[in-house]
Design a protein around this ligand. Structure first.
Ligand SMILES: NC(=O)c1ccc[n+]([C@@H]2O[C@H](COP(=O)([O-])OP(=O)(O)OC[C@H]3O[C@@H](n4cnc5c(N)ncnc54)[C@H](O)[C@@H]3O)[C@@H](O)[C@H]2O)c1
Ligand SMILES: [Zn+2]
Length: 369
């Protein structure tokens, strides 16, 4: 299946979604007239498991792998620097291509590095996690983290194309798969009642990675993400709805030093808090909120937060880029499949929502790995 994400200034790009589409990499590169040296940015885990397979399809090119440790701390200026160093040491030129081969961390890091070297090298996304296939590889946002806040240093940079091969997900650890579901569930709440119902009815088959359901899920998430970013790539309005669950989610990630919770898990907790706020404000139906809670529990994406100091979470909220004045912006559901921006959420309301999620006890659904 092929999707096109329209972008301004001739920067539209295709998303190729198909099982084993990785095998077509060489011919797709050629069809895009990309023939220069290739810099593959990946993390140690992904490259250990899938690196050989990737390189097999790149044997007609000069390839330089740039490998970083797995995990959120790798989305750093230090690694951005490492990539720039390798690009210049190996003589990258305007014909060179940067391939991100990994999850959202690698996509964001490699994309930002590609966007800055010689004012922009050709960039390709080959996402390998559920989160990156359903969400982060589309939409052109690339960034690294700063100690003060997530994604603080970044740009908008479109890939030449995205190669989405669901067969890469078979090796994804259970916890990472569940975290990816967190972000995918978001699409149901913000834009697609039918997807929400599918998740509610079939969560057990989805967590068992049923191929048909997984493809359906990816298709819907990709289509929604394209629709939203086509309308508002630079996030001046509509794109903000993609931040459902992210105000508190980002604060939880930061308050736990980006190490305890995966991004999708933090977003899952953030969606629960936002959903609770919407019910408190009588904006959203309690029954629908209970359904969301059930979906998130059964998906296994509510990983225990551990002991958390609410003050630390509040301090982290202060750095949230979406804050205006003394109140906070939240994306809240009006009904399932439709959210709206609410900009007068008070600190006390947030404190209550935090208390609500802090006292929830997720069932032990799986081991930590
Ligand atoms: N740019 C955007 O629009 C956007 C949107 C959402 C999230 N994000 C960012 O994405 C990041 C999270 O991405 P993520 O959840 O993909 O995390 P990740 O990139 O850290 O990958 C998660 C883990 O899974 C491992 N892994 C990846 N693919 C694998 C595979 N096929 N088999 C086995 N192991 C595999 C990795 O080594 C890593 O340990 C966050 O930094 C978040 O801010 C960006
Ligand atoms: Zn996110």
């Amino acid at each position: 299946m092929e999707f096109t994400c329209k972008s301004f200034q001739n920067r539209s790009y295709k998303i190729y979604l198909e099982r084993d589409v990785l095998e077509q990499l060489d011919s797709i590169l050629q069809s895009h007239q990309l023939t220069g040296s290739i810099f593959v940015v990946s993390d140690q885990t992904v490259f250990r498991i899938h690196g050989k397979k990737l390189l097999k399809h790149l044997k007609n090119y000069t390839v330089y792998p740039i490998i970083v440790p797995p995990g959120e701390p790798s989305k750093s200026l230090k690694n951005w620097n490492k990539i720039q160093d390798t690009l210049s040491d190996k003589g990258a030129d305007r014909r060179s291509v940067v391939i991100a081969f990994g999850g959202g961390v690698i996509g964001d890091l490699a994309g930002f590095a590609a966007s800055t070297y010689m004012r922009g090298l050709a960039f390709i996304q080959i996402p390998t996690t559920l989160l990156s296939q359903s969400d982060s590889s589309i939409g052109a946002k690339v960034a690294v983290n700063h100690t003060k806040a997530k994604n603080l240093i970044g740009s908008f940079y479109q890939p030449r194309f995205v190669l989405t091969d669901p067969s890469l997900l078979t090796t994804l650890p259970k916890r990472e798969f569940a975290a990816g579901l967190g972000e995918a569930i978001k699409y149901g709440v913000i834009a697609d009642l039918e997807l929400f119902e599918t998740l509610y009815e079939n969560m057990e088959m989805i967590t068992a990675r049923n191929h048909g359901l997984l493809t359906r899920l990816l298709t819907r998430c990709i289509a929604i993400k394209i629709k939203v970013v086509e309308e508002d790539e630079r996030e001046t309005g509509l794109r903000k709805i993609l931040n459902f669950g992210h105000t508190i989610g980002h604060a939880l990630e930061q308050a736990t030093n980006f190490s305890r919770l995966r991004h999708g898990e933090a977003v899952a907790w953030g969606m629960l808090a936002a959903g609770w706020l919407a019910v408190e404000r009588r904006m959203w139906d309690t029954g629908e909120f209970e359904k969301l809670k059930s979906i998130l529990f059964r998906a296994g994406c509510l990983f225990p937060m551990g002991k958390l100091n609410p003050k630390k979470v509040f301090d982290a909220l202060k750095h949230d880029k979406k804050k205006t004045g003394d109140t906070l912006n939240f994306i809240l559901p009006e009904r399932t499949g439709k959210v709206t921006i609410v900009s007068d959420i008070k600190k006390e309301e947030v404190a209550k929502a935090l208390r609500f999620i802090f006292q929830l006890k997720p069932p032990k659904l799986r081991s930590a790995k």
